[in-house]
Design a binder for this molecule. Structure first.
Ligand code: PNS
Length: 170
């Protein structure tokens, strides 16, 4: 049987840290479905369509990676997609509490799906979509932290407006 994992998240936008987790995940799973949560109540920097486009461009070399969107519970989506695993990346200690709580809640909601945590590469330990957006917003150099298309698109977004409201953390 094919081992399938859902890799859920906001991906606003995808970073090299996320790509690192996908590559590591492919060593365990036969297929990974990168699933962008479509949460109408939370406005991101990028639209869902833009996030899909950036993920597709960054992951096009993997035939066993699919990009999709979902709403509602991750475990329900995992069941619908016949996935056995939910893949999440862990950086420093600060991720642990939130991830632990979410994994236990997901297990309570559906005992058939296992959350699998993978440690991100050391070079991505301090990066996140939020901190990269914050740096870029104020003209910081984000070279090498995100795929080329993301870098281009971030530049375009922030180049358009002179003052920008601070993005909510994702
Ligand atoms: O990239 P993020 O923002 O850390 O991803 C969070 C995400 C999308 C994985 C999480 O918010 C999620 O799974 N949301 C869907 C609702 C759900 O199933 N919540 C967890 C159990 S209540």
């Amino acid at each position: 049987m094919k081992k399938i994992a859902i890799y859920p998240g906001s991906f606003d936008p995808v970073t090299n840290g996320h790509l690192d987790i996908v590559e590591r995940g492919l060593k365990i799973f036969d297929k990974i479905i990168v699933a962008i949560l479509h949460n109408p109540g939370k406005k991101g920097l990028f639209t869902i369509a833009e996030r899909v486009q950036m993920l597709e461009s960054a992951l096009k070399k993997f035939s066993n990676v699919e990009i999709d969107t979902f709403n509602g519970l991750t475990v329900e989506y995992a069941k619908k997609r016949k996935a056995q695993g939910i893949l999440r990346g862990l950086r420093a200690m600060s991720d642990f509490e939130y991830e632990f709580q979410m994994a236990l809640m997901n297990r309570k909601l559906n005992r058939e799906v296992q959350t699998v945590f993978l440690m991100t590469g050391l070079r991505w330990i301090y990066t996140s979509s939020s901190i990269i957006k914050e740096a870029a917003q104020f003209g910081g150099n984000i070279n090498g932290m995100v795929p080329p298309l993301v870098q281009q698109k971030i530049k375009k977004k922030f180049g358009k407006k002179s003052t920008l409201a601070k993005q909510k953390p994702t």
